[in-house]
Design a protein around this ligand. Structure first.
Ligand code: GDP
Ligand code: IMO
Ligand code: MG
Length: 417
């Protein structure tokens, strides 16, 4: 068996704390690769006094020795990527962008926002970044790839032809056709800034695998936002589950080694759609305050609720999770009792799996005794007994080992069991 890559994947509705764990693991990896999503992602990393919010650049960037790959499964907004690159001055030779990644251009964001406006109270609550329209164009085979930036003139002509062909749609959405000279100018600027980083990243990853390099695959979003396995249509437009790493980078399933699934010790969701264990009362507000649950990308308050063991079991199975990293345990500190959703009640019947539509699912809770303080703990035996029991009980409910527990945003406050 040749070398295999380690995979990090979100198990809930995103924002589980993937950034912290990728950064933690990146210290011992040679490559960190993003394989799906775009700048809808917001991965926060805290190092001492400094806080980084990464959207497109892989979270390995803070390890100066790690090389970072943006795979073909990503949709890349050149303008936002270039802006994000400004935070770092040493990216040459350690940042690589797939020539097969699809371009996300300003008109995609305009369409995204227009569609959301038109949907009114049925809006998905997207990040408004243009993710759906960019992936839509890719699948409809009318998208443009990063490799086309090599010839801005030709690309600008293709984009203008696309506008011409879809004039009625763009007009209905209120999206103006770009001025040809401005468009060419913009694409030329993208080419100049990004060309040194554009390459065939599939060959690069194959070579790294063959050489025995340690590779970490960084998922974005979460399993319940997956285009196939999430709460459709309240999902994102990519394959967020571990299978997405294969197509999103061009590696075989056999090249995937250890899978670490990331989950909060409770649960959050941004945007609309079903969330059975949401708590709309005082407890939910307290989780939001304690966990500072506001979106990294949009600043929106996150909806908060309890750990959903049913959805989690579904996620463990879909992703082939070997170990779970349980994040933000400290946010539950001080609660008298902590609830866990252990089943759903749908039309009077109790079920233990994720049904076709989660909209009608009511949570069935098990109550746990709370604890005073887990914050800052770095060893499992430093945790209050009740917190240890909570974690051990969750392992049984989700049918997976919890190998990592996180007790603060800081790198060091991480228990590895
Ligand atoms: P990601 O999208 O999965 O990378 O997660 P985000 O960065 O969007 O959101 C997770 C938030 O929780 C960030 O602000 C992190 O700094 C923070 N965080 C991560 N782990 C912990 C933890 O164990 N405790 C607390 N209190 N905050 C954490
Ligand atoms: P990270 O990687 C949380 C959500 C949006 C919306 C839905 C569709 O930080 O975990 P989109 O803009 O993708 O079309 O929006 O998906 N969403 C996320 N929620 N974390 C994310 O990324 C998300 N990326 C998209 O809020 O509900
Ligand atoms: Mg996030």
């Amino acid at each position: 068996m040749s070398n295999q890559a380690d995979l990090i994947v979100g198990l809930q509705w995103g924002d589980e704390g993937k950034g912290k764990i990728v950064d933690h693991m990146a210290q011992t990896h040679d490559y960190v690769c993003r394989f799906a999503g775009g700048h809808n992602a917001g991965h926060t990393i805290v190092v001492g006094e400094k806080k980084y919010a990464l959207h497109l650049i892989p979270s390995g960037v803070l390890n100066p020795k790690a090389k970072n790959i943006v795979g073909n499964g990503v949709v890349l907004s050149p303008a936002d990527f270039i802006e994000e690159m400004r935070q770092f001055d040493d990216l040459q030779g350690r940042l690589f962008i797939s020539d097969k990644a699809h371009l996300l251009l300003p008109y995609h964001a305009e369409i995204d926002r227009a569609r959301e406006r038109m949907k009114g109270d049925k809006a998905i609550g997207t990040t408004g970044k243009g993710i759906g329209p960019a992936y839509g164009d890719k699948v409809a085979r009318v998208g443009h790839r990063v490799g086309e930036l090599h010839d801005p003139k030709k690309l600008s002509e293709k984009i203008l032809a696309h506008f011409e062909m879809n004039r009625a749609v763009f007009e209905a959405m209120g999206v103006a056709t770009p001025d040809p000279a401005e468009l060419l100018h913009e694409l030329t600027a993208y080419k100049e800034a990004l060309e040194p980083y554009i390459t065939d990243t599939t060959l690069l990853v194959w070579k790294a695998l063959e050489e025995g390099s340690k590779i970490l695959l960084e998922g974005a979003q979460g399993t319940m936002l997956d285009i196939d396995h999430g709460t459709y249509p309240y999902v994102t437009s990519s394959t967020t589950v571990s299978a997405g790493a294969c197509s999103g980078l061009g590696i075989s399933p056999k090249a995937i080694g250890k899978v670490t699934g990331i989950a909060k010790a409770y649960c959050t969701r941004v945007g609309n759609g079903p969330f059975p264990s949401e708590d709309l009362g005082e407890a939910g507000q307290r989780l939001r305050d304690n966990g500072y649950e506001y979106g990294t990308t949009t600043g929106r308050p996150r909806r908060c609720g309890w750990f959903d063991a049913v959805a989690m079991r579904h996620a463990v199975r879909i992703n082939g999770v070997d170990q779970v990293a349980l994040m933000k345990l400290d946010v539950l500190d001080g609660f008298d009792e902590v609830k866990v959703c252990v089943a759903y009640r749908v039309k009077g019947e109790e079920i233990d799996y994720v049904p076709y539509d989660l909209e009608d699912a009511e949570p069935v809770y098990r109550i746990y005794k709370g604890w005073k303080k887990s914050a800052g703990a770095r060893r499992f035996d430093e945790l209050p007994e009740e917190a240890q029991e909570y974690i051990e009980s969750l392992e049984g409910l989700i049918d997976c080992r919890i190998g990592i527990v996180s007790t603060s945003p800081e790198r060091e406050d991480t228990i590895v069991r």
